[in-house]
Ligand binder design. Structure first.
Ligand code: LLP
Length: 421
């Protein structure tokens, strides 16, 4: 059941009217439901309960500290891909041992930070990185736990920009080279090789690619063990896809996914990790925005919002679909007509939807862009010198601003003008 529903003709987030948040905080504003984030997380936790599995929420999907804190309280670990994300996880009280550090280009300072924090393990993506990590950990008198991230060459059948496990993608060690990299890792003095990791992509809408990848991973585990190497832990990557529109197919069932992982890996000794992001926060968030004006073009009308591609870039970047609904529930018999929903940024790509069927909306009326909890605020920028949209967290009838709108002078204060200009 959605947590964003019309109550007495007004859209609510949990029990709070979107209109009242917009009136108090202004628009555009992101609104997240703690209730939904928690229930999404519990779905994974319960499904993987008996599988010796740590659910490491992928911070990149939504890195707001309040969201991280909530998940930390619920028992989540974290998947971090930068020093910044490690700082965020630590700052909400996550122990280093609950943080997995992934990414193709970890710098020396990031390695040092992660080693000092005592991260659970580094997901190492190349021999070059492995050797550098061995050097950095040696210099600090530490042992770095590593999992070798394998590229299984599986097509996740998702958007090409978020597919990460095909041979042509930059991620991981080619599966054919995995054994030699693993052997190398076990020989290094400042590294403890704990296992393997993989991630094949995001917004995956069927279990089949996961199955193919898991089988390849399980085969590799057998091969390594047959060669006398220890494999204690497997990080199986991100979560399942989500629905962005009622026309989307049902996403894979988390329970079924968990049963599949257990069946394919069938080893109670193995420590598992899962790194879901989108399916924890995606449908727990919306972006509320006001109509600036309705404009008639040649052959099509434009609904210009005060939100833009800098706030939510997914349609411009991936051609992604997000449902858009008015905050005041339209009457059953109100006329609907196709309109392009756009932002004010100076690019034609700044379009949330083309020829979307909506009732007639006028200046000041509110709309929400749905399913905006994942990869939306996290990918926002200040393009066109537009301040980052604030974020609000709702829980039942309570709500709080969890990131305020920056003042323009705060943004300007980061810059300086040399006198010789
Ligand atoms: N682990 C790793 C190593 C990843 O690269 C990702 C996502 C995840 C976990 C989380 O996957 P999820 O459960 O969210 O599918 N900005 C894009 C999505 C990029 C995802 C990249 N990696 C979008 O807006 O669709």
């Amino acid at each position: 059941m959605s947590v964003f529903n019309y109550i007495d003709g007004e859209l609510h987030a949990d029990a709070v009217a979107v209109k009242s948040i917009a009136a108090s905080v202004g628009t555009p504003v992101y609104i997240y439901s703690a209730t939904r984030i928690a229930s999404n997380f519990r779905r994974y936790r319960d499904a993987f309960e008996n599988a010796n599995c740590t659910i490491c929420y992928s911070i990149k999907a939504n890195s707001n500290l309040a969201v991280l804190r909530l998940l930390n309280r619920l028992g989540a670990g974290f998947d971090a891909v930068s020093g910044g994300e490690i700082h965020r996880a630590l700052s909400v009280g996550a122990p280093g041992g609950m943080i997995v550090f992934s990414g193709v280009g970890k710098t020396r300072p990031e390695m040092e930070l992660a080693l000092a924090a005592g991260v659970r393990h580094f997901n190492v993506e190349s021999v070059q990185e492995l050797l550098r990590l061995n050097e950095v950990s040696g210099g600090m008198g530490k042992i770095a736990r590593v999992a070798v991230r394998v590229n299984p060459d599986v097509d996740a059948r998702t958007h090409t920009k978020v597919s990460t496990g095909r041979a042509e993608d930059k991620f991981g060690v080619p599966i054919a080279a995995a054994r030699s990299v693993y052997e190398r890792a076990t020989e290094l003095p400042n590294v403890d090789c704990v296992g393997l990791a993989m991630h094949i992509g995001s917004q995956i809408m069927s279990l089949e690619p996961f199955l193919l990848a898991l089988r390849k991973l399980a085969g590799l585990v057998r091969e390594l063990r047959a060669a006398g190497l220890r494999v204690r832990s497997l990080d199986v990557g991100g979560g399942v896809g989500i629905r962005y529109s009622p026309d989307d197919p049902e996403p894979p069932d988390v329970g079924e996914y968990a049963r599949m992982v257990r069946r394919e890996l069938d080893d109670p000794q193995l420590e598992l990790e899962l790194e879901p992001g989108r399916s924890i926060v995606g449908n727990a968030g919306i972006l509320a925005s006001s109509v600036v004006l309705r404009k008639e073009g040649a052959g099509r009308d434009f609904l210009v919002l005060d939100a833009a591609m800098n706030d939510l870039v997914r349609p411009a970047m991936y051609g992604a679909h997000h449902d858009i609904v008015p905050v005041s529930e339209p009457c059953r018999d109100s006329a609907i007509a196709p309109i392009d929903v756009v932002g004010p940024v100076c690019e034609s790509g700044d379009r949330f939807a083309a020829q979307r069927l909506l009732p007639k909306l006028e200046e000041g009326e509110l709309v929400v862009i749905k399913t905006a909890g994942a990869y939306c605020a996290a990918m926002a920028s200040e393009y066109n010198s537009r301040p980052l949209a604030p974020e609000v967290l709702v829980s039942g009838s309570r709500w709080a601003v969890v990131r305020r709108r920056p003042r323009m002078k705060e943004s300007l204060a980061l810059e300086s003008v040399p006198e010789w200009t």
